[in-house]
Design a protein around this ligand. Structure first.
Ligand code: NAD
Length: 512
């Protein structure tokens, strides 16, 4: 397959070298005079410059988003689902080009870029089905001839803040659900991947216009976290902020939204481990550890950061893993032969170097990697790295968003579990074992303390059908499948007296 060129991607997705960063349907606009530069992480070259939304531009967008919500909530949910079905179709048509843009701007390899767009299509399909089943239970009343039930109503304007590493899918996880739930949405994409934000908005704008829907249903304001991001999280017109990013960002946003008693879904950093038992299928464990640690150049929230390996198989497992590492083809993410692309920018590379230095100082031994590469001039490529170190080392306790894998050994399964949970984060986790006892104890209340716990598959690569998110410093939020939609609606408990006679609850008597 021939490599997709930048000009083709730009043409297909309505992108230009200079653009404006605010939109609620129709023309893009911005008045800040302050530009964000989108760079290709592969060679450091400028892809485009985007004028940030100013606070006034934000207010204009928000006014429209609030108006759109009032009209959109009037539409029956299955009709809203039909619009989301059309968004899914539009994404199918643009899958190749949008996937290529993700590779170009973010740096993940093309097959992963395509996978990310597939995830958007999948959540649209999921949301369409959901639109006919946003249901609450009917409950038994203690009062004679009464009925109780729960209803779910649209919430308002949902604010979405996304990270650079899933520059399109996380937006879709939130918006597909929010739209069928009857909400309008306002998105602040990562300022490292603004083009992905503009391209997605252009795709939905066409669908919404064709259906004559109110302007403001889908809105975007591009800008930095410290400017437009802060404006969004402080905005009392946003009842729900769904924010994906680092734990530091989540602490800030959680505090601000909490202080105004708003609702927040926080999807933050992970520190994901696989326990590899001596009773494991070695081939499967190798494949999962390899993809988990090296895939997306270690820039997934669910990337495998730690391997806790039984001492009996420790040496053999690492010998085989290193052999895989030696075969990793590093290069242009749009080249079909490439297995690992660049890190997002030079700051990420500096974090990688700092982690390796710290690991050495804290007793770590580099088993593979530890070097920065410059295949295209820009110092944004690194060797995937394996470091033998103790779990309690400070550097292991923190998430470094790069392909650095910490390995350690264990003797008894209860020791492995203790090590596994002994980090501040709690996103994704896995055990490789053919022992029912080990597997079940990993999933039990005594086992993994993460939001995602797997047996015989790795930590990375969740499906949209399940609720996605994690515990502890990962923030506690859940997005995507299962009943995550409930966060995007307001719940109402109803009691209906169909018998006529008034009965007070708990047998209270109150008569004159
Ligand atoms: P980041 O925290 O630097 O930025 C994330 C987003 O938050 C960006 O859009 C940024 O502009 C915005 N932001 C930052 N400060 C803000 C503020 N004060 N107010 C409002 N917005 C603000 O994260 P990143 O480097 O883009 O992404 C990597 C991180 O994201 C990693 O820690 C990774 O684990 C995490 N992540 C988590 C999940 C998950 O679902 N748990 C998914 C993807 C990424």
């Amino acid at each position: 397959m021939a490599k997709i060129a930048k000009t083709g991607i730009f043409r297909a997705l309505g992108l230009k070298a200079k653009m404006k960063g605010a939109n609620y349907g129709g023309e893009w606009f911005a008045t800040s005079g302050d530009y964000i530069t989108s760079r290709n992480p592969t060679d450091g070259k400028v892809l485009a410059k985007i004028e940030q939304a100013s606070p006034k531009d934000y207010d204009k967008v928000m006014k429209q988003a609030r108006k759109a919500f009032l009209a959109w909530r009037e539409l029956p949910a299955p009709k809203r689902g039909e619009i989301v079905r059309q968004v899914g179709e539009a994404l199918r048509e643009k899958k190749d080009m949008l996937g290529a843009l993700v590779s170009l701007e973010m740096g993940k390899i093309y097959t992963e870029g395509l996978g990310e767009v597939q995830e958007m299509i999948d959540i649209c399909d999921f949301a369409v089905g959901l639109s006919r089943n946003l249901s609450g239970p009917t409950l038994q009343s203690e009062r004679p001839r009464h009925r109780m039930m729960e209803q779910w109503h649209p919430l308002g304007v949902v604010g979405v803040i996304s990270a650079f590493n899933f520059p399109v899918a996380v937006w879709a996880w939130n918006t597909a659900l929010a739209w069928v739930c009857g909400d309008s949405t306002l998105w602040k994409p990562s300022s490292k991947t603004p083009l992905c934000g503009i391209a997605c908005q252009n795709i939905v704008n066409e669908v919404f216009k064709r259906n004559d829907l109110p302007a403001g249903l889908s809105c975007v304001t591009i800008g930095r976290g410290s400017t437009i991001g802060e404006k969004l999280v402080n905005d009392p017109h946003i009842p729900l902020v769904s924010a994906t990013g680092s734990t530091r960002m989540g602490q800030r946003i959680g505090g601000v939204v909490g202080a105004r008693l708003g609702r927040a879904i926080l999807e933050l950093g992970g520190n994901n481990a696989i326990i590899i038992s001596d009773k494991a299928d070695m081939k499967g464990a190798l494949a999962s550890a390899f993809f988990g640690a090296v895939g997306t150049a270690g820039q997934r929230c669910t990337s495998t950061r730690r391997l806790i390996i039984h001492e009996k198989i420790y040496a053999t497992f690492l010998r085989k893993l290193k052999a895989n590492y030696k075969n990793v083809k590093i290069g242009d993410p749009l080249d079909p032969k490439t297995l690992m692309g660049p890190l997002i920018d030079e700051t990420a590379v500096a974090d990688y170097e700092a982690a390796i230095k710290a690991a050495k100082e804290q007793g770590g031994k580099i088993l593979y990697g530890g070097k920065v590469l410059r295949p295209f001039g820009a110092p944004t490529f690194v060797l995937p790295t394996i470091i033998e170190i103790e779990n309690k080392a400070d550097i292991v306790q923190n998430e470094t968003f790069a392909p650095v894998l910490y390995v350690m050994k264990y003797k008894r399964f209860d020791q492995a579990l203790k090590m596994h949970n002994d980090v501040p984060q709690g996103l994704s986790s896995s055990v490789y074992t053919d022992s029912v006892g080990e597997g079940e104890s990993f999933l039990s209340f005594l086992g993994s303390d993460c939001g995602i716990a797997n047996i015989n598959i790795g930590t990375s690569g969740a499906e949209i059908g399940g609720a996605f998110g994690g515990e502890k410093e990962t923030g506690g939020g859940r997005e995507s499948g299962s009943d995550s939609w409930k966060m995007y609606m307001r719940r109402q408990t109803n009691t209906i007296n169909w018998g006529g006679e008034v009965h007070l609850a708990q047998g209270v008597e109150f008569k004159a």
